[in-house]
Design a protein around this ligand. Structure first.
Ligand SMILES: [Fe+2]
Ligand SMILES: [Fe+2]
Length: 205
């Protein structure tokens, strides 16, 4: 692993225009916390999976959830998190559709080719709702999307959404990391959760 410098290491401002163009859409559902943290997880995963497409994975994780911008926050929490089968609710499909619409707008406005737009949107469309990932790029994005949950800020944000204590949410995560797609993702999740447990004093509270 860690052979060649990534596209982002060679050009640290490579996606800056996309971040700025999507900024407004990230001011919903704590996406301005989730997306940077998941983007960083994607960069780590990409170093371990050099066959994945760096641009496609980076742009897909950056834009995958901007569709939440179009949906009312009360509806996001009641239908998107606090009910049975919350991964298959209408708001879940709607945030994917809106993500494709807004993501296309952002990528075209920042000069990416139609080929890139298509590949990124193929991942965004169905990232939460499709049963199985389509390919390696999809698997990387899917793991990066989930890995932020194992960080302290991830636990802090999501335990509120789920109306759980930090420890209840951490215990729930303990049973979920085996479902991640990549071996590296599983290792990262396990290690991040162990660190978060220490930092949040979950052995006591
Ligand atoms: Fe999503
Ligand atoms: Fe997400």
């Amino acid at each position: 692993m860690l052979k060649n410098p990534s596209a982002l290491e060679k050009d640290p401002s490579r996606y800056d225009a996309v971040w700025k163009a999507a900024e407004e859409y990230m001011r919903a559902r704590k996406n301005d916390i989730h997306i940077p943290l998941s983007f960083a997880c994607a960069q780590t995963l990409l170093k371990h999976y050099p066959d994945a497409d760096h641009d496609i994975c980076s742009l897909a994780i950056l834009l995958h959830d901007i569709g939440w911008y179009s949906i009312d926050m009360d509806r996001i929490l009641s239908e998107g998190f606090r009910r049975e089968n919350f991964l298959q609710t209408d708001v879940r499909y709607l945030h994917e559709e809106e993500g494709v619409r807004l993501g296309t707008e952002v990528l075209r406005a920042t000069g990416w080719s139609e080929e890139v737009v298509e590949a990124v949107c193929e991942i965004i469309d169905g990232h939460d709702t499709r049963a199985e990932p389509h390919h390696l790029n999809d698997r990387i994005v899917r793991d990066a999307d989930k890995l932020w949950r194992y960080s302290v800020p991830g636990i802090a944000v999501i335990c509120d959404w789920m109306e759980m204590t930090p420890r209840q949410y951490a215990d729930r995560l303990e049973n979920q990391y085996q479902k991640l797609e990549t071996e590296q993702g599983k290792l990262m999740a396990k290690s991040m959760l162990a660190d978060s447990r220490i930092q949040l004093m979950l052995h006591l509270i």
